[in-house]
Design a protein around this ligand. Structure first.
Ligand SMILES: [Zn+2]
Length: 405
Protein backbone atom coordinates (compact mmCIF):
# COMPACT_ATOMS: atom_id res chain seq x y z
CA UNK A 1 0.00 0.00 0.00
CA UNK A 2 1.61 3.28 -1.02
CA UNK A 3 0.05 5.44 1.67
CA UNK A 4 -1.81 4.93 4.89
CA UNK A 5 -2.82 7.88 6.98
CA UNK A 6 -5.44 10.41 7.88
CA UNK A 7 -6.80 13.58 6.41
CA UNK A 8 -4.18 15.66 8.27
CA UNK A 9 -1.57 14.07 6.10
CA UNK A 10 1.95 15.24 6.96
CA UNK A 11 0.68 17.79 9.47
CA UNK A 12 -0.30 16.26 12.78
CA UNK A 13 1.15 12.79 12.34
CA UNK A 14 4.68 11.51 12.18
CA UNK A 15 5.11 10.44 8.59
CA UNK A 16 7.89 8.39 7.08
CA UNK A 17 8.59 8.72 3.39
CA UNK A 18 10.05 5.49 2.11
CA UNK A 19 11.53 4.23 -1.14
CA UNK A 20 12.83 7.56 -2.47
CA UNK A 21 16.37 8.76 -3.03
CA UNK A 22 17.03 11.76 -0.77
CA UNK A 23 19.19 14.64 -2.01
CA UNK A 24 21.75 15.60 0.64
CA UNK A 25 23.41 18.07 -1.77
CA UNK A 26 23.78 18.47 -5.54
CA UNK A 27 25.57 15.17 -6.07
CA UNK A 28 24.61 12.77 -3.27
CA UNK A 29 21.20 11.12 -3.03
CA UNK A 30 21.19 7.84 -1.12
CA UNK A 31 18.04 5.78 -0.84
CA UNK A 32 16.84 6.30 2.74
CA UNK A 33 13.73 6.80 4.82
CA UNK A 34 12.84 10.32 5.86
CA UNK A 35 10.59 10.98 8.84
CA UNK A 36 8.69 14.22 9.34
CA UNK A 37 7.08 15.43 12.53
CA UNK A 38 5.32 18.75 13.15
CA UNK A 39 6.72 20.23 9.97
CA UNK A 40 10.36 19.31 10.64
CA UNK A 41 12.67 16.53 9.47
CA UNK A 42 13.54 14.10 12.26
CA UNK A 43 17.15 12.91 12.81
CA UNK A 44 17.90 10.54 9.92
CA UNK A 45 18.45 7.42 12.02
CA UNK A 46 15.22 7.82 13.96
CA UNK A 47 13.36 4.53 13.87
CA UNK A 48 9.71 4.94 14.68
CA UNK A 49 6.70 2.77 14.78
CA UNK A 50 5.02 5.09 12.32
CA UNK A 51 1.37 4.80 11.68
CA UNK A 52 1.75 6.82 8.52
CA UNK A 53 3.99 5.86 5.66
CA UNK A 54 4.25 7.24 2.16
CA UNK A 55 5.98 5.10 -0.44
CA UNK A 56 7.67 7.40 -2.96
CA UNK A 57 9.63 4.68 -4.73
CA UNK A 58 10.71 5.86 -8.18
CA UNK A 59 11.14 9.44 -6.97
CA UNK A 60 13.97 11.63 -5.79
CA UNK A 61 13.34 14.08 -2.95
CA UNK A 62 14.95 17.47 -3.40
CA UNK A 63 15.03 20.36 -0.94
CA UNK A 64 12.32 22.90 -1.71
CA UNK A 65 13.82 25.47 -4.06
CA UNK A 66 14.41 29.11 -3.18
CA UNK A 67 13.59 31.88 -5.67
CA UNK A 68 15.74 34.80 -4.51
CA UNK A 69 13.97 37.56 -6.44
CA UNK A 70 10.42 38.17 -7.54
CA UNK A 71 7.75 40.85 -7.47
CA UNK A 72 4.83 38.55 -6.75
CA UNK A 73 2.05 40.93 -7.80
CA UNK A 74 3.30 41.28 -11.39
CA UNK A 75 3.12 37.68 -12.55
CA UNK A 76 -0.08 37.87 -14.60
CA UNK A 77 1.36 40.73 -16.66
CA UNK A 78 2.75 40.16 -20.14
CA UNK A 79 6.45 40.90 -20.56
CA UNK A 80 7.12 44.61 -21.06
CA UNK A 81 10.09 46.07 -22.87
CA UNK A 82 10.40 48.24 -25.98
CA UNK A 83 13.67 46.81 -27.25
CA UNK A 84 16.96 46.89 -25.40
CA UNK A 85 17.71 49.54 -22.78
CA UNK A 86 20.98 50.87 -21.39
CA UNK A 87 19.74 50.73 -17.80
CA UNK A 88 16.71 50.17 -15.56
CA UNK A 89 15.81 53.87 -15.45
CA UNK A 90 15.29 53.93 -19.23
CA UNK A 91 13.37 50.65 -19.08
CA UNK A 92 11.05 51.93 -16.33
CA UNK A 93 10.35 55.16 -18.25
CA UNK A 94 9.49 53.19 -21.39
CA UNK A 95 7.03 50.77 -19.81
CA UNK A 96 5.42 52.70 -16.97
CA UNK A 97 2.05 53.64 -18.49
CA UNK A 98 -0.48 52.44 -15.91
CA UNK A 99 -3.27 54.24 -17.75
CA UNK A 100 -2.77 52.23 -20.98
CA UNK A 101 -3.52 48.67 -22.05
CA UNK A 102 -2.41 46.13 -20.89
CA UNK A 103 -1.19 47.55 -17.55
CA UNK A 104 -4.51 49.34 -16.99
CA UNK A 105 -6.55 46.09 -17.06
CA UNK A 106 -4.04 44.08 -15.03
CA UNK A 107 -3.93 46.69 -12.30
CA UNK A 108 -7.69 46.27 -11.90
CA UNK A 109 -7.16 42.71 -10.65
CA UNK A 110 -7.08 43.10 -6.84
CA UNK A 111 -3.50 43.13 -5.58
CA UNK A 112 -4.14 40.35 -3.06
CA UNK A 113 -5.33 38.12 -5.91
CA UNK A 114 -2.28 38.97 -8.02
CA UNK A 115 0.02 38.17 -5.08
CA UNK A 116 -1.50 34.69 -4.72
CA UNK A 117 -1.01 34.05 -8.44
CA UNK A 118 2.64 35.00 -7.95
CA UNK A 119 2.85 32.47 -5.13
CA UNK A 120 1.31 29.82 -7.40
CA UNK A 121 3.81 30.51 -10.18
CA UNK A 122 6.53 29.72 -7.66
CA UNK A 123 4.83 26.66 -6.16
CA UNK A 124 4.30 25.05 -9.57
CA UNK A 125 8.03 25.27 -10.26
CA UNK A 126 9.05 23.54 -7.02
CA UNK A 127 9.78 26.75 -5.10
CA UNK A 128 9.01 26.64 -1.38
CA UNK A 129 10.53 30.01 -0.37
CA UNK A 130 10.50 33.23 -2.37
CA UNK A 131 12.03 36.66 -1.73
CA UNK A 132 9.37 39.22 -2.66
CA UNK A 133 10.89 42.62 -3.45
CA UNK A 134 8.21 44.87 -2.04
CA UNK A 135 6.63 45.34 1.39
CA UNK A 136 5.81 42.13 3.28
CA UNK A 137 2.01 41.84 3.16
CA UNK A 138 1.28 39.90 6.35
CA UNK A 139 -2.46 39.74 5.66
CA UNK A 140 -1.87 37.82 2.43
CA UNK A 141 1.35 35.94 3.15
CA UNK A 142 0.57 34.57 6.60
CA UNK A 143 -2.70 32.81 5.86
CA UNK A 144 -2.25 29.73 3.71
CA UNK A 145 -0.17 31.44 1.02
CA UNK A 146 1.08 28.93 -1.61
CA UNK A 147 4.77 29.29 -0.58
CA UNK A 148 6.88 30.78 2.19
CA UNK A 149 7.72 34.45 1.65
CA UNK A 150 10.91 35.80 3.24
CA UNK A 151 9.74 37.98 6.10
CA UNK A 152 12.87 39.39 7.69
CA UNK A 153 14.58 41.71 5.29
CA UNK A 154 15.24 45.36 4.62
CA UNK A 155 15.08 46.71 1.10
CA UNK A 156 15.31 49.66 -1.22
CA UNK A 157 14.30 49.77 -4.86
CA UNK A 158 17.62 51.11 -6.15
CA UNK A 159 20.13 53.92 -5.83
CA UNK A 160 18.18 56.05 -8.33
CA UNK A 161 14.61 55.42 -7.13
CA UNK A 162 15.41 55.32 -3.39
CA UNK A 163 17.02 58.62 -2.39
CA UNK A 164 16.64 57.56 1.27
CA UNK A 165 18.66 54.36 0.77
CA UNK A 166 21.16 55.11 3.58
CA UNK A 167 18.32 55.52 6.08
CA UNK A 168 16.61 52.32 4.87
CA UNK A 169 19.86 50.40 5.27
CA UNK A 170 20.54 51.81 8.75
CA UNK A 171 17.11 50.92 10.06
CA UNK A 172 17.39 47.28 8.89
CA UNK A 173 18.29 45.00 11.84
CA UNK A 174 21.92 43.83 11.54
CA UNK A 175 21.06 40.14 11.22
CA UNK A 176 18.67 40.74 8.29
CA UNK A 177 19.65 41.01 4.63
CA UNK A 178 19.27 44.36 2.86
CA UNK A 179 18.10 43.82 -0.72
CA UNK A 180 18.55 46.36 -3.50
CA UNK A 181 18.45 46.37 -7.32
CA UNK A 182 21.91 47.52 -8.43
CA UNK A 183 24.08 47.88 -11.52
CA UNK A 184 21.07 46.93 -13.64
CA UNK A 185 22.40 48.20 -16.92
CA UNK A 186 25.26 48.18 -19.38
CA UNK A 187 26.15 51.88 -19.46
CA UNK A 188 28.46 54.10 -17.38
CA UNK A 189 25.63 55.02 -15.05
CA UNK A 190 24.97 51.36 -14.17
CA UNK A 191 28.70 50.68 -13.84
CA UNK A 192 28.99 53.55 -11.34
CA UNK A 193 26.30 52.19 -9.00
CA UNK A 194 28.54 49.95 -6.90
CA UNK A 195 30.79 52.95 -6.16
CA UNK A 196 27.62 54.96 -5.44
CA UNK A 197 26.39 52.36 -2.94
CA UNK A 198 29.83 52.32 -1.27
CA UNK A 199 29.75 56.11 -1.04
CA UNK A 200 26.27 55.99 0.51
CA UNK A 201 27.66 53.61 3.15
CA UNK A 202 25.30 50.76 2.36
CA UNK A 203 27.71 48.06 1.15
CA UNK A 204 28.28 45.18 3.55
CA UNK A 205 28.12 41.39 3.68
CA UNK A 206 24.38 41.59 4.37
CA UNK A 207 23.72 43.97 1.49
CA UNK A 208 22.41 41.87 -1.39
CA UNK A 209 22.73 43.24 -4.92
CA UNK A 210 20.07 42.20 -7.40
CA UNK A 211 21.11 42.05 -11.10
CA UNK A 212 24.74 43.33 -11.18
CA UNK A 213 24.98 43.37 -15.00
CA UNK A 214 27.12 46.51 -14.81
CA UNK A 215 29.67 45.05 -12.37
CA UNK A 216 33.09 45.69 -13.93
CA UNK A 217 36.46 44.49 -12.55
CA UNK A 218 36.83 47.53 -10.26
CA UNK A 219 33.30 47.07 -8.85
CA UNK A 220 33.94 43.36 -8.40
CA UNK A 221 36.98 44.17 -6.23
CA UNK A 222 34.83 46.44 -4.05
CA UNK A 223 32.11 43.79 -3.67
CA UNK A 224 34.64 41.06 -2.87
CA UNK A 225 36.15 43.29 -0.17
CA UNK A 226 32.71 43.73 1.41
CA UNK A 227 31.74 40.06 0.74
CA UNK A 228 28.49 41.34 -0.77
CA UNK A 229 26.33 38.60 -2.33
CA UNK A 230 24.58 38.82 -5.69
CA UNK A 231 21.20 37.69 -6.99
CA UNK A 232 21.31 36.81 -10.65
CA UNK A 233 18.21 37.12 -12.91
CA UNK A 234 19.54 36.23 -16.37
CA UNK A 235 16.29 36.09 -18.38
CA UNK A 236 15.13 39.48 -17.10
CA UNK A 237 18.56 41.01 -17.88
CA UNK A 238 18.71 39.60 -21.41
CA UNK A 239 15.15 40.75 -22.14
CA UNK A 240 15.58 44.35 -20.96
CA UNK A 241 19.33 44.97 -21.38
CA UNK A 242 20.42 42.51 -24.06
CA UNK A 243 22.98 40.77 -21.84
CA UNK A 244 23.50 39.46 -18.33
CA UNK A 245 26.19 39.33 -15.64
CA UNK A 246 29.80 38.88 -16.75
CA UNK A 247 31.19 35.37 -16.47
CA UNK A 248 34.09 36.57 -14.28
CA UNK A 249 31.60 37.87 -11.73
CA UNK A 250 29.61 34.62 -11.71
CA UNK A 251 32.81 32.62 -11.33
CA UNK A 252 34.26 34.86 -8.59
CA UNK A 253 34.05 34.03 -4.90
CA UNK A 254 30.91 36.18 -4.43
CA UNK A 255 27.90 34.21 -3.21
CA UNK A 256 25.45 34.07 -6.12
CA UNK A 257 21.84 32.91 -6.04
CA UNK A 258 19.18 32.82 -8.73
CA UNK A 259 15.94 34.79 -9.07
CA UNK A 260 13.18 34.87 -11.66
CA UNK A 261 12.19 38.52 -11.31
CA UNK A 262 8.51 39.05 -12.19
CA UNK A 263 6.71 38.22 -15.42
CA UNK A 264 7.07 41.89 -16.46
CA UNK A 265 10.62 41.05 -17.53
CA UNK A 266 11.44 37.42 -16.63
CA UNK A 267 10.99 34.50 -18.98
CA UNK A 268 8.75 32.50 -16.64
CA UNK A 269 9.25 30.51 -13.46
CA UNK A 270 12.36 29.16 -11.74
CA UNK A 271 12.47 26.12 -14.05
CA UNK A 272 12.72 28.53 -17.01
CA UNK A 273 15.30 30.62 -15.18
CA UNK A 274 17.50 27.60 -14.55
CA UNK A 275 17.33 26.77 -18.26
CA UNK A 276 18.29 30.33 -19.26
CA UNK A 277 21.10 30.35 -16.67
CA UNK A 278 22.44 27.07 -18.11
CA UNK A 279 22.27 28.37 -21.68
CA UNK A 280 24.00 31.67 -20.90
CA UNK A 281 26.85 30.62 -18.63
CA UNK A 282 29.38 27.89 -18.09
CA UNK A 283 28.22 27.33 -14.51
CA UNK A 284 28.41 23.70 -13.38
CA UNK A 285 25.10 21.97 -12.53
CA UNK A 286 26.14 21.60 -8.85
CA UNK A 287 26.77 25.34 -8.65
CA UNK A 288 23.33 26.09 -10.16
CA UNK A 289 21.85 23.69 -7.61
CA UNK A 290 23.50 25.69 -4.81
CA UNK A 291 22.16 28.95 -6.31
CA UNK A 292 18.57 27.80 -5.73
CA UNK A 293 19.20 26.04 -2.40
CA UNK A 294 22.00 26.57 0.13
CA UNK A 295 23.56 29.73 -1.35
CA UNK A 296 20.16 31.38 -1.51
CA UNK A 297 19.42 30.37 2.10
CA UNK A 298 22.75 31.84 3.23
CA UNK A 299 22.30 35.08 1.28
CA UNK A 300 18.72 35.58 2.49
CA UNK A 301 19.80 34.57 6.02
CA UNK A 302 17.14 31.89 6.38
CA UNK A 303 17.71 30.10 9.64
CA UNK A 304 15.48 27.02 9.71
CA UNK A 305 17.24 24.72 7.32
CA UNK A 306 15.55 26.02 4.16
CA UNK A 307 17.34 24.95 0.98
CA UNK A 308 18.56 21.62 2.40
CA UNK A 309 17.23 18.28 3.53
CA UNK A 310 18.77 18.16 6.96
CA UNK A 311 18.05 16.80 10.43
CA UNK A 312 15.75 19.10 12.42
CA UNK A 313 15.33 21.40 9.42
CA UNK A 314 11.99 22.45 7.99
CA UNK A 315 10.26 19.77 5.92
CA UNK A 316 10.24 21.75 2.66
CA UNK A 317 10.52 19.10 -0.04
CA UNK A 318 9.99 18.55 -3.73
CA UNK A 319 9.56 15.05 -5.17
CA UNK A 320 10.34 14.49 -8.84
CA UNK A 321 10.44 11.32 -10.92
CA UNK A 322 13.81 9.59 -10.45
CA UNK A 323 15.64 9.45 -13.78
CA UNK A 324 18.73 7.99 -12.10
CA UNK A 325 20.66 11.27 -12.21
CA UNK A 326 22.31 13.48 -9.55
CA UNK A 327 20.09 15.96 -7.71
CA UNK A 328 21.77 18.80 -9.63
CA UNK A 329 20.86 17.13 -12.94
CA UNK A 330 17.33 16.46 -11.66
CA UNK A 331 16.76 20.25 -11.82
CA UNK A 332 16.95 20.07 -15.61
CA UNK A 333 13.37 20.21 -16.91
CA UNK A 334 12.21 19.66 -13.35
CA UNK A 335 8.55 18.66 -12.99
CA UNK A 336 7.35 18.54 -9.39
CA UNK A 337 5.19 15.56 -8.50
CA UNK A 338 4.75 16.62 -4.88
CA UNK A 339 5.62 19.79 -2.98
CA UNK A 340 5.57 19.76 0.82
CA UNK A 341 6.06 22.94 2.85
CA UNK A 342 6.46 22.70 6.61
CA UNK A 343 5.18 19.13 6.42
CA UNK A 344 2.03 20.07 4.54
CA UNK A 345 1.12 19.03 1.01
CA UNK A 346 0.87 22.19 -1.09
CA UNK A 347 0.96 20.57 -4.52
CA UNK A 348 0.54 17.09 -5.91
CA UNK A 349 0.44 15.92 -9.51
CA UNK A 350 -2.66 14.21 -10.81
CA UNK A 351 -0.49 11.14 -11.38
CA UNK A 352 0.64 10.91 -7.73
CA UNK A 353 -2.76 11.88 -6.39
CA UNK A 354 -4.16 8.58 -7.55
CA UNK A 355 -1.96 6.88 -4.93
CA UNK A 356 -3.62 8.80 -2.09
CA UNK A 357 -6.92 7.93 -0.49
CA UNK A 358 -9.77 10.30 -1.29
CA UNK A 359 -9.87 11.76 2.24
CA UNK A 360 -6.37 13.20 1.81
CA UNK A 361 -7.54 15.40 -1.04
CA UNK A 362 -9.61 17.79 1.04
CA UNK A 363 -8.72 21.43 0.45
CA UNK A 364 -6.85 20.71 -2.77
CA UNK A 365 -8.11 22.29 -6.00
CA UNK A 366 -7.07 21.64 -9.56
CA UNK A 367 -4.97 23.90 -11.75
CA UNK A 368 -3.39 23.36 -15.16
CA UNK A 369 -0.67 25.43 -16.70
CA UNK A 370 0.32 25.03 -20.34
CA UNK A 371 3.68 23.29 -20.52
CA UNK A 372 3.71 22.52 -16.81
CA UNK A 373 0.96 19.96 -16.27
CA UNK A 374 -2.13 19.24 -14.21
CA UNK A 375 -1.90 19.66 -10.47
CA UNK A 376 -3.92 19.78 -7.29
CA UNK A 377 -2.82 22.61 -5.02
CA UNK A 378 -3.71 23.91 -1.59
CA UNK A 379 -5.33 27.15 -2.80
CA UNK A 380 -8.76 28.46 -3.71
CA UNK A 381 -8.15 28.19 -7.43
CA UNK A 382 -11.81 28.27 -8.52
CA UNK A 383 -12.37 31.59 -6.76
CA UNK A 384 -9.06 33.11 -7.91
CA UNK A 385 -9.80 32.05 -11.46
CA UNK A 386 -13.31 33.52 -11.41
CA UNK A 387 -12.18 36.90 -10.02
CA UNK A 388 -9.31 37.11 -12.49
CA UNK A 389 -11.27 35.95 -15.55
CA UNK A 390 -13.93 38.56 -14.85
CA UNK A 391 -11.35 41.28 -15.47
CA UNK A 392 -8.86 39.74 -17.89
CA UNK A 393 -11.18 37.35 -19.73
CA UNK A 394 -11.22 33.55 -19.60
CA UNK A 395 -7.87 33.26 -21.37
CA UNK A 396 -5.14 34.67 -19.14
CA UNK A 397 -1.54 33.81 -18.47
CA UNK A 398 0.65 33.19 -15.42
CA UNK A 399 4.24 34.10 -16.23
CA UNK A 400 3.55 33.42 -19.89
CA UNK A 401 1.63 30.16 -19.49
CA UNK A 402 -2.12 29.84 -20.03
CA UNK A 403 -4.02 28.99 -16.85
CA UNK A 404 -7.02 26.72 -16.56
CA UNK A 405 -8.66 25.48 -13.39
ZN1 LIG B 1 13.26 43.24 -9.46
Amino acid sequence: MPYTGGAHFLVDETVTITGARVALNGIEAPRMDLSIQRGSILPFETRRDDRVQLDLGGHILLPGLINSHDHLEFNLFPRQSQGIHANYIEWAASIFHPDRTPLKEHLRVPKAVRLVWGGLKNLLSGVTTVAHHNPYDAKVFDAGFPVRVVRRFGWAHSLHFSPDIARLFKRTPRQWPFLVHAAEGTDARARAEVAGLAEAGVLSNRTVLIHGVGIDPAALDVLRRHRTPLIWCPSSNIFTLGRTVDHNVLRSDLDVSLGTDSALTGEGDLIDELRVARANSRIAPEELFRMVTVSAAKTLRLGRGEGAIQENGVADLVAVADRGVDPAEALRELRPELVVIGGKIKLISQRLLRLLPRMCRSGLQSISLTGRGDYMVDARIARLHAVTAQILGAKFFLAGREVSS
